[in-house]
Design a protein around this ligand. Structure first.
Ligand code: ZN
Length: 66
């Protein structure tokens, strides 16, 4: 009887761990996909560089994009 009571919390914890692990891995995948699709960003100030321009330097801080 007591063994049954001890089993339940264990199972719940495993499910939570699975959900957590799943959330973390899908968050990482989402970030990777976003990084590939988004326009380049300035490594200095994080401003997005428009894709249809040939700017080589950031308009905001002058950091070189390439
Ligand atoms: Zn910048």
């Amino acid at each position: 009887m007591e063994e049954n009571n001890n089993k339940k919390p264990k199972e719940e914890k495993n499910i939570l761990d699975d959900i957590l692990a799943n959330a973390i891995s899908s968050t990482q995948k989402y970030k990777e996909m976003n990084a590939g699709l988004e326009t380049k960003k300035c490594s200095g100030c994080g401003a997005a560089r428009p894709d249809d321009t040939n700017l080589q330097y950031c308009d905001f801080c002058g950091n070189q994009f390439y």
